[in-house]
Design a protein. Sequence first.
Length: 339
Amino acid sequence: MLKLGVLDQSHINEGHNATNALSNTLQLAQAADELGYSRFWMSEHHASPSLAHSSPEIMISHVASQTKRIRVGSGGIMLPHYSAYKVAENFRLLEALYPNRIDLGVGRAPGGMPLATRALQEGKFPSMHSADRYPQQIVDLIGYLNDATPSDHRFAGLIAEPSISTTPELWLLGSSGGTAELAAMTGASYAFAQFFGTAGGEEAVAHYKENFQPSVMASAPKSLAAITVSCAETEEEAEYHMRSNDLYFLMLRENRPMPYLPSAKTAAEYPYTSTEKAHIEDTRRFRVVGTPDQVREKLLRFAADYQTDELLIVSAIHDNEARIRSYRLLAEAFQLGQH
């Protein structure tokens, strides 16, 4: 049976503020917990006025304390900004607080504008660009999380406290074959960010599975893909709610980012050019929109194409009640709470 999880970005909705956005995140997490979703991940963004997640590790602790069963994690920590040792400490502490419920998803993207990246990395890595250190950071992180740094490591014998008997699941997040190759080489799990609208995901996941090398993290490959979904009782309503996502990402593409997630009404009234309409139509092939039966069929086909048994659902819907209802309808279509 296909497992479904949630990826939340805490969009600040038009007419609301960051406090509202974080409250919406918690409400969604609690609903996902009750509905039978497998995991709930939160993103990391910096200097992004429309997004409220800048420190997912803080939100993980908050959400995990207010839910009962669901795995809670980062989607993801932008590792080049940080010390792999400190990230290992943070997530070992979270795992100690919530055993067998913590996921550590990491990525190499900046998660924000260049100015924010310079501030986050001020005084660090003077001899090389931080991205060049990412593969070594992953190797270091695996060692710290598993008390498995080699004897010739530059910090041999260093333990990331607290030393515990369980380990957070490590996922490498990416939208390219490069991350798939690194995940396979290090024996980590791999998550493909399909919701970015990037082609080549099927090939990246296949490469990961074919080249996976067992490690202290896992003996077999584990993958998932994240995809944008809008589900409603009618196709017309699902289409209406997806308009917020359409306009928001269109403005990002045109380098005119919006300071909020627009309402469906705002998006419907926007004066699109023919070129913009064509772009939205093109990106819709990466989205799943429709009734529960329609969405279920599309997601099953999508999972088969990706050779995966788990998907993360991303729903940038302005109306939080409609967003939760979208996840509820999807859970019912897949009978998530009945397994």
